[in-house]
Design a protein around this ligand. Structure first.
Ligand SMILES: C[S@@+](CC[C@H](N)C(=O)[O-])C[C@H]1O[C@@H](n2cnc3c(N)ncnc32)[C@H](O)[C@@H]1O
Length: 264
Protein backbone atom coordinates (compact mmCIF):
# COMPACT_ATOMS: atom_id res chain seq x y z
CA UNK A 1 0.00 0.00 0.00
CA UNK A 2 2.80 2.43 0.77
CA UNK A 3 3.88 2.24 -2.87
CA UNK A 4 0.53 3.75 -3.85
CA UNK A 5 0.96 6.91 -1.78
CA UNK A 6 2.07 9.93 -3.77
CA UNK A 7 4.61 11.41 -1.35
CA UNK A 8 5.62 14.06 -3.89
CA UNK A 9 2.04 15.37 -3.86
CA UNK A 10 1.88 15.19 -0.04
CA UNK A 11 5.13 17.14 0.11
CA UNK A 12 3.63 19.86 -2.13
CA UNK A 13 0.45 20.01 -0.02
CA UNK A 14 2.46 20.24 3.20
CA UNK A 15 4.60 22.99 1.71
CA UNK A 16 1.50 24.94 0.63
CA UNK A 17 0.08 24.67 4.16
CA UNK A 18 3.35 25.95 5.66
CA UNK A 19 2.82 29.30 3.94
CA UNK A 20 6.42 29.19 2.71
CA UNK A 21 7.26 32.35 0.79
CA UNK A 22 10.13 31.68 -1.59
CA UNK A 23 12.72 34.43 -1.34
CA UNK A 24 14.04 36.09 -4.48
CA UNK A 25 17.80 35.73 -5.03
CA UNK A 26 18.23 39.40 -4.05
CA UNK A 27 17.31 38.58 -0.44
CA UNK A 28 20.13 36.05 -0.30
CA UNK A 29 22.46 38.55 -2.01
CA UNK A 30 21.79 40.88 0.92
CA UNK A 31 22.76 38.16 3.43
CA UNK A 32 25.92 37.03 1.63
CA UNK A 33 28.38 39.43 3.26
CA UNK A 34 27.20 38.50 6.76
CA UNK A 35 27.18 34.76 6.01
CA UNK A 36 30.52 34.73 4.18
CA UNK A 37 32.76 34.01 7.14
CA UNK A 38 30.17 33.00 9.73
CA UNK A 39 29.47 29.56 8.32
CA UNK A 40 33.04 28.48 7.73
CA UNK A 41 33.97 27.23 11.17
CA UNK A 42 30.68 25.82 12.40
CA UNK A 43 30.41 22.41 14.04
CA UNK A 44 27.57 21.72 11.58
CA UNK A 45 30.08 21.99 8.73
CA UNK A 46 32.53 19.62 10.44
CA UNK A 47 29.74 17.15 11.18
CA UNK A 48 28.48 17.25 7.59
CA UNK A 49 31.90 16.66 6.01
CA UNK A 50 32.85 13.93 8.50
CA UNK A 51 29.90 11.87 7.24
CA UNK A 52 31.02 12.02 3.59
CA UNK A 53 33.27 9.74 1.58
CA UNK A 54 35.38 11.25 -1.19
CA UNK A 55 38.72 10.92 -2.91
CA UNK A 56 41.20 13.21 -4.62
CA UNK A 57 39.75 12.21 -8.00
CA UNK A 58 36.18 13.22 -7.24
CA UNK A 59 34.24 16.14 -8.65
CA UNK A 60 31.60 17.76 -6.42
CA UNK A 61 28.46 19.72 -7.26
CA UNK A 62 27.39 21.80 -4.22
CA UNK A 63 23.80 22.97 -4.79
CA UNK A 64 22.59 26.06 -2.91
CA UNK A 65 26.28 26.39 -2.01
CA UNK A 66 25.98 29.79 -0.33
CA UNK A 67 29.44 31.14 0.57
CA UNK A 68 30.98 27.68 0.07
CA UNK A 69 30.17 26.14 3.45
CA UNK A 70 30.61 22.54 2.32
CA UNK A 71 32.29 22.93 -1.09
CA UNK A 72 35.22 24.86 0.30
CA UNK A 73 35.74 22.36 3.09
CA UNK A 74 36.26 19.75 0.36
CA UNK A 75 38.14 21.76 -2.26
CA UNK A 76 41.65 20.84 -1.17
CA UNK A 77 40.78 17.15 -0.95
CA UNK A 78 38.91 16.64 -4.24
CA UNK A 79 39.60 17.33 -7.90
CA UNK A 80 37.01 20.01 -8.64
CA UNK A 81 34.13 21.77 -6.87
CA UNK A 82 31.21 23.43 -8.66
CA UNK A 83 29.13 25.72 -6.44
CA UNK A 84 25.62 26.23 -7.79
CA UNK A 85 23.44 29.02 -6.39
CA UNK A 86 20.86 31.45 -7.76
CA UNK A 87 22.37 34.31 -5.71
CA UNK A 88 25.26 36.08 -7.41
CA UNK A 89 26.12 37.60 -4.02
CA UNK A 90 26.59 34.12 -2.52
CA UNK A 91 28.74 33.00 -5.47
CA UNK A 92 30.91 36.11 -5.09
CA UNK A 93 31.25 35.36 -1.37
CA UNK A 94 32.27 31.78 -2.18
CA UNK A 95 34.94 33.00 -4.63
CA UNK A 96 36.25 35.51 -2.09
CA UNK A 97 36.54 32.73 0.48
CA UNK A 98 38.23 30.47 -2.09
CA UNK A 99 40.78 33.20 -2.86
CA UNK A 100 41.53 33.66 0.83
CA UNK A 101 42.01 29.93 1.23
CA UNK A 102 44.15 29.89 -1.92
CA UNK A 103 42.15 27.14 -3.60
CA UNK A 104 41.71 27.45 -7.35
CA UNK A 105 39.53 24.46 -8.21
CA UNK A 106 36.17 26.07 -7.35
CA UNK A 107 33.85 27.16 -10.12
CA UNK A 108 30.58 29.10 -9.66
CA UNK A 109 27.38 28.23 -11.52
CA UNK A 110 24.62 30.85 -11.43
CA UNK A 111 21.44 28.77 -11.63
CA UNK A 112 18.40 27.88 -9.56
CA UNK A 113 16.77 24.58 -8.63
CA UNK A 114 14.01 25.40 -11.10
CA UNK A 115 16.27 26.08 -14.13
CA UNK A 116 17.10 23.70 -16.92
CA UNK A 117 20.24 21.88 -15.73
CA UNK A 118 21.30 20.43 -19.08
CA UNK A 119 24.50 22.56 -18.98
CA UNK A 120 25.22 21.73 -15.30
CA UNK A 121 28.08 19.21 -15.11
CA UNK A 122 27.44 15.66 -13.96
CA UNK A 123 29.75 15.10 -10.98
CA UNK A 124 30.81 12.20 -8.78
CA UNK A 125 29.18 13.71 -5.71
CA UNK A 126 26.21 16.05 -5.23
CA UNK A 127 25.83 18.01 -1.99
CA UNK A 128 22.73 19.87 -0.81
CA UNK A 129 23.29 21.47 2.57
CA UNK A 130 20.39 23.35 4.19
CA UNK A 131 19.15 24.30 0.74
CA UNK A 132 16.43 21.81 -0.10
CA UNK A 133 13.08 23.31 0.85
CA UNK A 134 12.21 23.29 -2.85
CA UNK A 135 8.81 23.74 -4.48
CA UNK A 136 8.94 20.40 -6.29
CA UNK A 137 10.89 17.66 -4.49
CA UNK A 138 10.18 15.10 -7.23
CA UNK A 139 11.93 17.29 -9.78
CA UNK A 140 14.78 18.07 -7.36
CA UNK A 141 15.45 14.37 -6.66
CA UNK A 142 15.45 13.64 -10.39
CA UNK A 143 17.97 16.42 -10.97
CA UNK A 144 20.21 15.14 -8.16
CA UNK A 145 20.10 11.58 -9.44
CA UNK A 146 20.97 12.76 -12.95
CA UNK A 147 23.89 14.90 -11.76
CA UNK A 148 25.67 12.57 -9.33
CA UNK A 149 27.44 9.37 -10.32
CA UNK A 150 28.52 8.07 -6.90
CA UNK A 151 26.69 9.72 -3.99
CA UNK A 152 24.21 12.38 -3.01
CA UNK A 153 24.49 13.98 0.45
CA UNK A 154 21.60 16.16 1.61
CA UNK A 155 20.42 17.74 4.85
CA UNK A 156 16.78 18.54 5.59
CA UNK A 157 15.15 19.87 8.74
CA UNK A 158 13.75 17.24 11.08
CA UNK A 159 10.19 18.19 11.93
CA UNK A 160 10.40 20.91 9.31
CA UNK A 161 10.95 23.83 11.65
CA UNK A 162 13.66 26.12 12.90
CA UNK A 163 11.65 27.07 15.97
CA UNK A 164 11.15 24.73 18.92
CA UNK A 165 8.45 22.08 18.45
CA UNK A 166 7.99 21.80 22.21
CA UNK A 167 7.34 25.52 22.66
CA UNK A 168 5.10 25.71 19.58
CA UNK A 169 2.96 22.92 21.05
CA UNK A 170 3.06 24.45 24.53
CA UNK A 171 1.75 27.76 23.17
CA UNK A 172 -0.73 26.06 20.84
CA UNK A 173 0.75 27.88 17.85
CA UNK A 174 -0.46 26.86 14.43
CA UNK A 175 1.65 24.14 12.83
CA UNK A 176 3.45 26.00 10.05
CA UNK A 177 6.24 23.42 9.71
CA UNK A 178 7.91 22.76 6.36
CA UNK A 179 7.80 19.28 4.84
CA UNK A 180 9.86 16.87 6.91
CA UNK A 181 12.77 14.72 5.74
CA UNK A 182 10.47 11.71 5.99
CA UNK A 183 8.83 12.65 2.67
CA UNK A 184 12.23 12.42 1.01
CA UNK A 185 13.03 9.04 2.53
CA UNK A 186 9.73 7.71 1.19
CA UNK A 187 10.17 9.28 -2.22
CA UNK A 188 13.60 7.65 -2.53
CA UNK A 189 12.19 4.31 -1.40
CA UNK A 190 9.57 4.55 -4.12
CA UNK A 191 12.40 5.02 -6.62
CA UNK A 192 14.01 1.77 -5.33
CA UNK A 193 16.75 3.77 -3.63
CA UNK A 194 17.70 2.87 -0.05
CA UNK A 195 19.15 5.93 1.69
CA UNK A 196 21.28 6.09 4.81
CA UNK A 197 19.88 8.32 7.50
CA UNK A 198 21.80 10.09 10.24
CA UNK A 199 21.25 13.25 12.27
CA UNK A 200 23.30 16.36 12.91
CA UNK A 201 22.31 18.14 16.10
CA UNK A 202 22.95 21.71 17.03
CA UNK A 203 21.84 23.84 19.96
CA UNK A 204 18.21 24.97 20.02
CA UNK A 205 17.68 28.59 18.98
CA UNK A 206 16.31 29.12 22.48
CA UNK A 207 19.53 27.97 24.17
CA UNK A 208 21.97 30.12 26.02
CA UNK A 209 19.87 32.06 28.52
CA UNK A 210 20.44 31.80 32.25
CA UNK A 211 17.04 32.93 33.53
CA UNK A 212 13.33 32.63 32.80
CA UNK A 213 13.28 36.24 31.58
CA UNK A 214 15.98 35.52 29.00
CA UNK A 215 14.12 32.44 27.82
CA UNK A 216 10.91 34.45 27.44
CA UNK A 217 12.81 37.05 25.39
CA UNK A 218 14.19 34.33 23.12
CA UNK A 219 10.76 32.75 22.69
CA UNK A 220 9.30 36.17 21.83
CA UNK A 221 12.02 36.67 19.23
CA UNK A 222 11.17 33.32 17.56
CA UNK A 223 7.39 33.34 17.97
CA UNK A 224 6.37 37.02 18.13
CA UNK A 225 4.30 38.72 20.81
CA UNK A 226 3.36 36.63 23.88
CA UNK A 227 0.24 37.01 26.00
CA UNK A 228 0.30 36.86 29.82
CA UNK A 229 -1.10 33.34 29.52
CA UNK A 230 1.76 32.36 27.15
CA UNK A 231 4.32 33.67 29.62
CA UNK A 232 2.71 31.65 32.42
CA UNK A 233 2.99 28.49 30.33
CA UNK A 234 6.66 29.15 29.57
CA UNK A 235 7.28 29.85 33.23
CA UNK A 236 5.72 26.50 34.27
CA UNK A 237 7.78 24.70 31.60
CA UNK A 238 10.94 26.43 32.83
CA UNK A 239 10.29 25.57 36.49
CA UNK A 240 9.83 21.90 35.70
CA UNK A 241 13.50 21.55 34.63
CA UNK A 242 15.46 24.83 34.55
CA UNK A 243 18.65 23.20 33.26
CA UNK A 244 16.84 21.63 30.29
CA UNK A 245 14.95 24.89 29.67
CA UNK A 246 18.22 26.88 29.63
CA UNK A 247 19.42 24.58 26.83
CA UNK A 248 16.27 25.64 24.98
CA UNK A 249 14.75 22.15 25.25
CA UNK A 250 15.34 19.71 22.42
CA UNK A 251 18.33 20.38 20.13
CA UNK A 252 17.73 21.38 16.53
CA UNK A 253 18.14 18.38 14.27
CA UNK A 254 19.14 18.15 10.65
CA UNK A 255 18.52 14.85 8.92
CA UNK A 256 21.63 13.84 6.98
CA UNK A 257 20.45 11.71 4.06
CA UNK A 258 22.86 9.99 1.68
CA UNK A 259 22.29 7.61 -1.18
CA UNK A 260 23.78 6.07 -4.29
CA UNK A 261 21.97 7.34 -7.39
CA UNK A 262 20.74 4.71 -9.86
CA UNK A 263 23.02 4.27 -12.86
CA UNK A 264 21.85 6.47 -15.75
C1 LIG B 1 20.59 28.46 4.11
S1 LIG B 1 21.66 28.79 2.75
C2 LIG B 1 22.69 27.36 2.78
C3 LIG B 1 24.09 27.66 2.29
C4 LIG B 1 25.06 26.51 2.48
N1 LIG B 1 24.74 25.36 1.64
C5 LIG B 1 25.14 26.12 3.95
O1 LIG B 1 24.75 24.99 4.33
O2 LIG B 1 25.61 26.96 4.75
C6 LIG B 1 20.61 28.46 1.34
C7 LIG B 1 21.30 28.77 0.01
O3 LIG B 1 20.45 28.27 -1.03
C8 LIG B 1 20.37 29.25 -2.06
N2 LIG B 1 19.06 29.06 -2.71
C9 LIG B 1 17.84 29.28 -2.17
N3 LIG B 1 16.88 29.00 -3.06
C10 LIG B 1 17.51 28.57 -4.18
C11 LIG B 1 17.06 28.15 -5.46
N4 LIG B 1 15.77 28.08 -5.76
N5 LIG B 1 17.99 27.78 -6.37
C12 LIG B 1 19.32 27.85 -6.08
N6 LIG B 1 19.80 28.27 -4.89
C13 LIG B 1 18.91 28.62 -3.96
C14 LIG B 1 20.51 30.58 -1.35
O4 LIG B 1 20.96 31.60 -2.21
C15 LIG B 1 21.51 30.25 -0.26
O5 LIG B 1 22.83 30.46 -0.71
Amino acid sequence: MIKAIDFGQLYREHLARSGRVFKPASEWDAKAAEMRTKVLDSSYRTEFVSRMQFSGEDTVLDIGCGPGTIGLALAEKVKQVYGLDYSQGMLDAMLENAAQLQVNNVQPILASWEDDWSEVPVCDIAVVSRASIVADMDAALDKLNQHARKKVYMTQLVGGRFVSREIAELLGREDRSFPDHIYIINMLYQRNIYPNLDYIESASRLAGGSSLEELIDKVRWSFGELSHDDEEKISAWYQRDPEYAQQGGEPMRWAFISWTPPAQ
